[in-house]
Design a binder for this molecule. Structure first.
Ligand code: FE2
Ligand code: FE2
Length: 314
């Protein structure tokens, strides 16, 4: 194994040299007044926090969003590995490391996901006005959709993972519509468009790093998404009642007011989109937790699964 390309999971106790993407650098002061930085470091799959002592954020030699070559010291503290960066430097041409290898990505390429979403529209939707609306929104925002993540952390935080999220929801939607005799058009369009406001709420840079935009902070993706559908609906000549229904699905997709919904689902299709959203985001967290475990192992309590532990069956 090439020691220079160690993955986070391969870092044992002691010192190791490896390349990691610097996702975030935040400066702090110890109680003694001495400065230190807390770094968020990623190998494209896992992310760890590491401290570097006696240095301010502006003194750290590699800017956030770039890959650093570093010496990391891992030590066990309270049963967990903790990490300290001893030394770090920026990449140089002789490293032969591609920064894009450190970007977390969806398991299917974004172009392929985009096409698959459009195939679902062709296959399962029949309302011409809603088909036109979904196609227009997707085509107009293609470039952004291909790279957007669905979150800063927690679920679907990788590049292009917003599409991965809405694709799996849209794939499930027609089945639910058939079983419960719901409107397929609204369920599929709702699945594909429910998070469209995230294109304005979050900005994802070329390294897949995500931050909230000003309007994201001020309004959130439910209101921004509803506004986008209002605008696109008018532009596409969608019937006002259909725009209203889709907007309702968007503003209620967090289900409960305490989870950030603007209103609670008033139609079964809105409730189903809320459940599909919960299903997909939770199962994504199960998948990522299982991925970190060895067969037979059980995880610690996972905050975003309401404190449930995840078990990887043998
Ligand atoms: Fe959402
Ligand atoms: Fe969502």
């Amino acid at each position: 194994m090439n020691i220079n390309t160690l993955k986070i999971r391969e870092l044992g106790e002691g010192n190791s040299q490896t390349y990691l993407l610097v996702k975030d650098i935040s400066g702090r002061n110890a109680r003694t007044g001495k400065p230190y930085v807390v770094l968020s470091l990623s190998d494209g799959k896992d992310t760890i926090q590491a401290n570097m002592w006696d240095i301010t954020a502006s003194e750290f030699p590699v800017p956030a969003g770039e890959v650093a070559y570093m010496t990391l010291r891992a030590a066990t503290y309270n049963g967990k590995l903790t990490y300290t960066v001893e030394r770090a430097r920026a990449l140089n041409a002789s490293d032969g490391v591609k920064a894009t290898d450190f970007v977390k990505k969806a398991p299917i390429s974004p172009d392929e996901l985009f096409d698959r979403c459009m195939e679902i529209v062709n296959r399962y939707m029949s309302d011409e006005e809603l088909i036109k609306l979904v196609r227009t929104v997707f085509a107009d925002n293609r470039v952004q959709l291909l790279k957007s993540s669905a979150a800063k952390s927690v679920h679907h935080s990788g590049m292009g993972e917003l599409l991965w999220h809405v694709y799996r929801m849209a794939l499930t939607a027609p089945r639910i519509a058939d079983v419960y005799k719901l409107n397929r058009d609204y369920l599929v369009a709702g699945a594909l468009l429910h998070d469209i406001g995230k294109l304005r709420e979050l900005s994802t840079d070329s390294m897949g790093l995500t931050s909230y935009t000003l309007e994201g902070n001020l309004f959130g993706h439910l209101m921004l998404g509803a506004q986008m559908i209002e605008d696109y609906g008018k532009q596409c000549g969608t019937a006002p009642e259909k725009i209203m229904t889709l907007k309702h699905i968007i503003v209620s997709h967090h289900g409960m007011l305490e989870y950030g919904a603007i209103s609670q689902p008033a139609i079964p299709e809105a409730f189903a989109v809320y459940m599909l959203d919960t299903l997909d985001s939770r199962l994504y967290i199960y998948e990522s937790e299982i991925d970190k475990l060895a067969p037979g192992e059980i995880s610690e309590r996972v905050h975003f699964l309401d404190g449930a532990s995840v078990w990887k069956r043998e």
